[in-house]
Write a protein that binds this ligand. Structure first.
Ligand code: CR6
Length: 834
């Protein structure tokens, strides 16, 4: 009863459960079908853009089929699901990733080859989905990849920004931002769900329930519709397909026909514009918080739609709301989704009729929170008046959460006013502020940092009092990880082939502990030679990319020295370029004969600066100015080249990372929570030059101290140095002084432009401790050079490092989250295919 005739049709059922076709004829047929019927082209008018689209849609068909089976299965068995809430998902490209996951790469290459296209060119037609700033957004993408590949029932939730991370152009050495209109051409990797739409309210007023004093009705006529777009996430070597559900503000119903009829054309579309702006742009800030009203509204739209969706799915089970934590775990990726906590409270109390205590118990059992930074400028705080105006009901709930929390603390620590002030979710500053990290902490059953040192630091700083009140066990560490699918198998095919040969099969792609066998290959001459050649090939590929993007010719025979990441003072790209300037200064002092003995080096930079971050933008200008002078200095030639690759992205990283010999992760100790590119570089056979910070430390522990170059002061020394430098003039050593002198004598153009960068060090208290770390930084570079000259030892370091990197797989990280925080189990749909 209630079944449609179609469901009883055996052919329908069989097709929906059928195996993925792998034969050339069927693939060809599906590509041609999309070419002709989805894109209205003919085989004769197929260009590479349409070859990509038709192939991508054909792959997508296969993914969607598995998507359905996965979700049907998980809901049938009543699997507990993890919902990973993140305002950023830095996915990058999907086509190649999906082909590899489905193990259809050769098949599609063959089919496309038959009509004269190279798969590599077709792959290049895809635009990145750049819905994130940096590490935090890429981490979210790696985690959903691992959930799918490890068969955990898991969904990502985020926003579908119309404009992703801005495109960076370099004009006259300066960063210029251009919008990233990534949805201008059809996007095969999203599936619009007009039927999955939720109303999200803003502003308005409250009507108190006559019977229950803490229950309210929230009335408002400012209501927007959030509509779902699903992005399938292919699991590798499994039939499971995960999902990232992204919300977009719907504008359809907001056209004002009356205004239009009265001739007010602009007014007629005003409502649509107001709605659309909510999901228009990704805020391009990394590790900073800009208390913008639009951002708060974005965050709420995201949280409200997500919570409504999770609850709607849960309600289909018919179970009482208090059992929500048995079927759903919600992870907050930083504080950006924290409004999910009061939103769940509101739904449970005002709409589902739960008591406050039941609602609070259910909420705290459902949520867990990951902190990603200790930088004070990144801590989200919202002015109480702003929150009260936009979200009056949530402000009330936050007040109550705070009241009950403070009361419970007061009971245990009577009369400790200082303590109460310190832990209050409401900061008593001029215009009170809601401290989102505290709200996230109080509303969650577990709080974690993202590397061992970082998790320790947060327990001693921002959450110190909370550890005392809520107990040590609540605060744990989950060291970040990266997906071996994208960050080895996809981006480094040659090295991957070698690993597969050594392991005997491809199982390592889902189980990095298999890398251990490489250790036994370290003395195998032939293997070592192939390892070296794979790196050289990757360097040649990057050299081509550099030529294409910058016009600069570099030789793959040089040492490739790479620092690619967001431009930020704490990451100290300034120290790197000052080191380059010092190197240039030394080279200029040498005789031509002396210079011929020098190790050739290509210094590669890439990264975006937040549009409003002036100092970071000046650093980009300095790097480009130095590059211009050094690269055109005929005396120097190939001994030193400096390159700034514009528009850093996931795709650019896939070219750059496999080609590095040495990569720099040189944040002031204690400032980089974890870093994740450090893991990617080492997994691709590169060596790290880094500070004793973030995940560098754990990487060093795993690979062994011979395999990493550490320098600089330690995290526990930083406060003392900073304090000293506030009251004493920083003293640059001779090398640093030489670099400053070179800038100040206009070697790289008008010195005035760069004076503020020098002043920040010499007159601004040198907050990032360049004068402290520069001498050991220069020494560390010397050690790197000496080591690289011993090619044989270097290859040993490279192979050993990779063999010991299992810990940094996001599969390990996700498994730890699943077991210790989410309490969920793998639920494979079918059999494993690796
Ligand atoms: N900027 C940290 O700074 C960490 C990632 C992912 C960051 C970085 O060290 O690896 O998160 N923090 O955990 C934030 O974005 C707040 C980042 O990407």
């Amino acid at each position: 009863q209630g079944k449609t005739p179609a469901c009883e049709d055996n052919e329908f059922r069989a097709y929906s459960h059928s195996e993925i076709a792998r034969d050339a004829a069927t693939i060809k047929n599906s590509v041609v079908m999309h070419l002709t019927t989805t894109f209205l082209r003919t085989p004769d008018s197929m260009d590479s853009g349409h070859a990509y689209l038709a192939s991508a849609f054909s792959v997508r068909d296969r993914l969607l089929q598995r998507w359905n089976l996965t979700n049907e299965y998980h809901s049938n068995i009543g699997a507990k699901t993890i919902y990973y809430m993140s305002l950023e998902f830095l996915v990058g490209r999907t086509f190649d990733n999906a082909l590899l996951a489905l193990q259809l790469r050769d098949e599609y290459a063959g089919v496309l080859g038959d009509v004269g296209f190279r798969l590599e060119d077709i792959i290049d037609e895809e635009r990145d989905a750049a819905l994130g700033n940096g590490g935090l957004g890429r981490l979210a993408a790696c985690y959903v990849d691992s959930m799918a590949s490890s068969n955990y029932p898991g969904w990502g939730y985020g926003l579908r920004y119309r404009y992703g991370m801005f495109q960076q152009q370099i004009i006259n050495g300066y960063q210029v931002e251009a919008p990233d209109c990534w949805l201008d051409s059809p996007n095969p990797w999203e599936f619009p769900r007009a039927d999955v739409t939720y109303p999200v309210k803003f502003y308005g007023h409250l009507v108190r329930d006559p019977e229950v004093s803490y229950r309210y009705k929230w009335e408002s006529n400012v209501v927007y519709d959030a509509m779902a777009f699903d992005m399938p996430v292919p699991g590798y070597g499994t039939e499971n397909v995960g999902n990232i559900r992204l919300w977009s503000c719907k504008t359809n119903g907001l056209f004002d026909l009356n205004k239009f009829n009265a001739g007010d054309y602009q007014g007629a579309t005003g409502g649509q514009v107001a709605a659309q702006i909510l999901t228009d742009v990704l805020y391009p800030n990394d590790n900073t918080n800009e208390g913008k009203e639009l951002r708060l509204r974005q965050e709420f739209l995201f949280c409200s739609a997500t919570l409504q969706d999770i609850i709607a799915r849960f309600k289909k089970t018919g179970k009482p709301m208090t059992q929500l934590p048995e079927l759903a775990a919600i992870q907050l990726n930083d504080t950006h989704p924290t409004l999910g906590i009061p939103e769940l409270m509101r739904i449970l109390i005002d709409e589902e009729g739960l008591s406050w205590d039941e609602a609070w118990d259910t909420t705290t059992k459902t949520f867990a929170f990951t902190n990603h930074t200790v930088l004070p400028e990144a801590m989200e705080k919202w002015p109480v008046p702003m929150m009260d105006k936009i979200l009056p009901r949530h402000m009330g709930i936050i007040y109550d959460i705070n009241l009950f929390f403070l009361q419970s603390v007061e009971e245990r620590f009577p009369k400790d006013r200082e303590l109460l002030r310190n832990i209050s979710i409401i900061e008593e500053s001029n215009s009170q502020q809601v401290r989102m990290a505290y709200l996230a902490c109080v509303g969650s059953h577990k709080v974690n940092g993202v590397a061992a040192i970082h998790s320790d630091i947060i327990k001693q700083t921002i959450f110190k009092d909370f550890v005392r009140i809520q107990g040590e066990d609540k605060f744990i560490n989950k060291t970040n990880g990266v997906s071996p699918r994208r960050w080895v198998n996809e981006c480094n095919p040659d090295m991957s082939r070698l690993i597969t040969e050594a392991v005997g099969d491809r199982s390592w792609i889902n189980d990095l502990t298999k890398l251990k066998v490489l250790e036994s290959k370290v003395d195998d001459k032939e293997f070592r030679q192939s390892w070296w050649e794979a790196k050289q090939k990757n360097k040649a590929r990057l050299a081509e990319y550099i030529l294409a993007t910058t016009g600069i010719n570099v030789s793959p025979d040089a040492l490739f020295d790479v620092q690619v990441k967001r431009i930020h003072e704490y990451k100290r790209q300034l120290m790197n370029i000052l080191g380059v300037i010092y190197r240039y200064h030394r080279l200029k002092q040498m005789s031509a004969a002396e210079r011929t003995k020098e190790l050739h080096r290509v210094v590669v930079f890439a990264g975006k600066a937040a549009a409003g971050y002036w100092v970071a933008k000046q650093v980009i200008k300095l790097i480009n100015s130095v590059a211009e002078v050094v690269n055109s200095d005929e005396e120097i030639g190939d001994v030193l080249k400096v390159v700034f690759i514009p528009d850093y992205s996931v795709t650019a990283a896939e070219y750059i990372i496999p080609a590095s010999d040495i990569s720099q992760h040189i944040s002031t100790a204690g400032t980089e929570a974890s870093g994740t590119s450090n893991m990617k570089f080492v997994l691709n056979g590169g060596i790290i030059l880094g500070t004793v910070d973030g995940a560098n430390i754990e990487i060093g522990e795993e690979v062994g101290e011979e395999q990493i170059f550490f320098f600089g002061c330690l995290a526990h020394e930083v406060d003392e140095f900073r304090h000293y430098l506030r009251f004493h003039q920083p003293k640059p050593d001779e090398a640093l002084q030489a670099a400053f002198d070179m800038i100040q004598s206009n070697t790289f153009g008008d010195a005035h432009i760069f004076q503020p960068l020098i002043d920040a060090v010499l007159c601004g208290g040198d907050v990032y401790l360049l004068t402290v770390d520069f001498p050991s930084y220069v020494e560390a570079h010397k050690a790197v050079e000496a080591a690289y000259r011993q090619h044989d030892d270097w290859v040993t370091k490279s192979i050993l490092s990779v063999s010991r990197m299992a810990k940094f797989s996001s599969d390990r990280a996700v498994q730890e989250y699943a077991e210790e925080i989410w309490n969920i189990e793998p639920a494979p749909v079918g059999k494993s295919t690796v």
